[in-house]
Design a protein around this ligand. Structure first.
Ligand code: URA
Length: 260
């Protein structure tokens, strides 16, 4: 009986407290609410108030313009070789053993432009010294010319569109050709040949703006203001020996031009 009385008395007391506005029950022991790990809401920071991170973007370099400036500044073949060697924008440089600039006689009437060094040229640091180069030497000898001839009228000067060997002798990409073209053009100006011989599609595309060597070979064109004769590349002649007939005709065309 005693407990029922207590229940009704307690309940009446509680209802009276609710009426007075009590909305939570107190615990036996006090709670330190500051010690509770309640997430504190941070004031929202506006984007423009935040310190902005400094982003270091790589500066975009115009490799062709850089090459043009370096090439135009070269006043001699030695200057040009140094400028090309120091040019860091062509990735082929990283994979190549050697920088292959030129061979033969600067000042010769004929300047031969090939594609790029192959394995043997990369090892030797000289253009056209492998099997294709040996065939080239025989072709030149057949019309009385020699890269080592002392007399400039019988000599030739030899270079390539690219001075570094592409991995696995891949065909040079348009980007590689365009970034090295200013150097090639300056190379031709400084070597000052009477005529150019363009061996295969890559130098034709670079200097004439068109390829299709089977159609254009043997016909004089103009490259950087000089007569230019497209010919089959000697490496192609090693694979397609029947094409040597046309190559012989082209060599006679070259000889006739030099006589004329
Ligand atoms: N092929 C080229 O075009 N150039 C060389 O120097 C050797 C092979």
């Amino acid at each position: 009986m005693e407990s029922a009385n207590t229940y009704w008395a307690d309940r009446a007391l509680l209802e009276w407290q609710v009426e007075l506005g009590a909305d939570e029950a107190l615990e036996e022991a006090p709670i330190d609410r500051y010690a509770l790990n309640v997430p504190v809401e941070k004031p929202v920071e506006k984007q423009e108030d935040k310190p902005q991170p400094v982003i270091h973007r790589p500066v975009e370099v115009d490799a062709v313009a850089t090459a043009r400036t370096a090439a135009d500044a070269a006043q001699s073949l030695d200057d040009l070789a140094a400028a090309m060697k120091g040019f860091e924008h062509c990735e082929l440089k990283q994979g190549a053993k050697s920088f292959v600039f030129a061979d033969g006689q600067p000042g010769a009437r004929v300047m031969i432009v090939g594609e790029a060094p192959g394995r043997q040229e990369d090892i030797a640091g000289k253009p056209f010294v492998g099997p294709a180069g040996q065939l080239l030497d025989k072709m030149l000898a057949a019309i009385g010319m020699d890269r080592n001839a002392e007399a400039l009228e019988n000599a030739v000067y030899i270079t390539n569109v690219l001075p570094w060997r592409p991995p696995s002798n891949a065909t040079p990409t348009p980007d590689e050709v365009s970034m090295m073209l200013p150097f090639l053009e300056r190379h031709i100006a400084l070597a000052n040949p009477d005529v150019l011989v363009l061996m295969g599609n890559t130098p034709c595309q670079a200097l004439l703006g068109r390829a299709g060597i089977t159609r254009i070979r043997g016909q004089w064109a103009e490259a950087v203001g000089r007569p230019a004769l497209p010919m089959f590349h000697p490496a192609y002649l090693l694979r397609q020996t029947a094409a040597k007939r046309e190559a012989w005709a082209d060599l006679l065309t070259l000889k006739a031009k030099l006589k004329g």
